[in-house]
Design a protein around this ligand. Structure first.
Ligand SMILES: [Zn+2]
Length: 481
């Protein structure tokens, strides 16, 4: 007897293969049977006639370390767009292992009151004990390690400090972390050299861990920054992901032609891929240097002036008779959305075969970038259906099968017998993002139902408090096969 049959739907299985009419039978959280299941016995049936049935989406670029602890409301932005698995701890920022009540920017993107995990294993255990709403595979952040082990951050780590960080990484990998992230762009890690990252990252090689990198520069010096990141990945001999690939600043528009060619070249010799969010505006901490490169800047939060959230920095500067960079300085600590990319670059990068989809959503911002709520439906609705950038099968592959393979998530990302029953049912004609820069927390349209490990986690326009997620540990452990 099956627990559930999703019947009458059209399956897009996540491998990139063409769709086919197929019922999906679920038992004990797994996909048990595929095919014509009209005669099969089941405790429940879900009608998917006229709908697409796809693997649950994998958000490969998140800062959801803390959101996962705030289940179930916390997971609302994720489940509502069909996401069933997240990769946490990107850009050098992980919530563990660090005890502090005063995290330096950009660590404060995760808030300042949740830094209570002395060990990475403690974080994973807390996640598992709470029963996360989503599956999570977790990275440890190089910047978090720097803050933990170094008094001053404006210099490279000493050999002794790098050793201590490597020790923490080894421990985290042992506990189940899937790899390490870096954020050499950001102040806490700007003084780190490639040699430091290679020394700290040494344990990744034996554990077959992955490294994801927010590279040192995404503007004028992007090619040098990519060369550095590729060098680090090559030296460590591990799978490498360059995060949220983009070209910032008007003078760099169009350069994705070169950067993508460079990646293709590198991909012949090493395992490398990229992720991308489907918007031509970025979001991170408010930095004066970034204001200069932007056509407009929206404040997403500000500790010193919360009333600035959701407003244009340039307009506020005019109203207050201040230079925009001086105002940015006065508003910090703060976050911002920057309009500084070209749509042509965004489309070229999204369409590239090495590109996976990641939201980079910032769940704790007062007025967040709409990517937090809309990324995946936007790729399906705007870029696949309206713009015709790729087929729906390719769009789904970029958010499921490709991602699971690149991040080494066993039995996820494709619809096949024996796989975990992470599934999304959506309306091909109606799926669309509704979150905008003005209304950033609008729920997307066209996502009918979302199952996490076989249990309904989103349906009838709301999320269900089922705590069905697993912690996906790289080593054999509770959450894994
Ligand atoms: Zn980043």
């Amino acid at each position: 007897m099956l627990d559930l049959i999703i019947e009458g739907g059209t399956v897009i299985d996540g491998t990139g293969a063409p769709r086919k009419a197929c019922d999906v039978g679920i038992r004990s959280g797994r996909i048990a049977q595929l095919g014509d299941l009209r005669g099969a016995a089941a405790r429940a049936r879900q009608d998917a006639a006229g709908r697409i049935v796809a693997p649950g989406f994998i958000d490969v670029h998140t800062h959801d370390d803390r959101l996962l602890l705030d289940a179930p409301q916390g997971a609302h932005p994720k489940l509502s767009q069909g996401i069933t698995t997240v990769i946490t701890g990107n850009c050098g920022i992980s919530l563990a292992p660090l005890l502090t009540d005063n995290p330096p920017a950009p660590l404060d993107l995760l808030g300042d009151d949740a830094w209570r995990f002395e060990r990475f294993a403690g974080y994973l255990d807390a996640l598992e004990a709470g029963g996360p709403a989503l599956n999570a595979a977790c990275l440890i952040g190089h910047s978090t390690l720097r803050v933990r082990h170094m008094g001053r951050l404006d210099r490279p780590a000493t050999g002794r400090e790098a050793e201590r960080m490597a020790q923490d990484l080894a421990e985290a990998l042992e506990a189940g972390a899937i790899g390490m992230s870096t954020g050499l762009y950001y102040p806490p890690a700007r003084a780190a050299t490639a040699d430091e990252v290679i020394a700290v990252g040494a344990p990744l090689a034996d554990a077959a861990g992955i490294i994801t990198m927010h590279i040192r520069d995404e503007g004028d010096a992007i090619e040098d920054a990519m060369r550095e990141a590729l060098h680090i990945g090559r030296e460590l001999g591990i799978d490498t992901v360059l995060s949220h690939h983009k070209l910032v600043g008007r003078s760099n528009h169009g350069r994705s032609v070169q950067t993508l060619a460079m990646l293709e070249q590198a991909a012949r010799e090493q395992s490398v891929c990229i992720d991308c969010y489907p918007y031509n505006a970025s979001s991170t901490m408010l930095l004066a240097s970034r204001v200069r490169q932007s056509d407009d800047v929206l404040v997403t939060w500000s500790r010193s002036d919360p009333s600035a959230a959701g407003k244009s920095l340039f307009r506020l500067a005019r109203e207050r008779n201040l230079d925009p960079e001086a105002l940015a300085q006065a508003l910090t600590p703060a976050g911002a959305v920057y309009f500084a990319m070209s749509e042509d670059d965004v489309e070229r990068i999204l369409a590239h075969p090495l590109t996976m989809i990641g939201s980079d959503g910032l769940a704790h911002d007062q007025s967040p970038h709409p990517r937090l709520w809309g990324s995946f439906p936007r790729v399906l609705g705007h870029y696949a259906r309206r713009r015709g950038l790729f087929s729906l099968e390719t769009a789904v592959h970029k958010m499921t099968g490709l991602s699971a393979r690149r991040f080494g998530l066993p039995r996820r990302g494709t619809i096949a017998a024996g796989n975990f029953a992470d599934l999304v049912i959506f309306d091909e004609a109606g799926v669309a993002d509704r979150a905008s820069f003005e209304q950033p927390t609008e729920v997307s349209a066209g996502i009918d139902a979302v199952f996490v490990n076989g249990r309904l986690a989103w349906g009838h326009g709301r999320s269900w408090d089922v705590h069905a997620g697993h912690v996906i540990r790289r080593r054999a452990g509770a959450g894994q096969d």
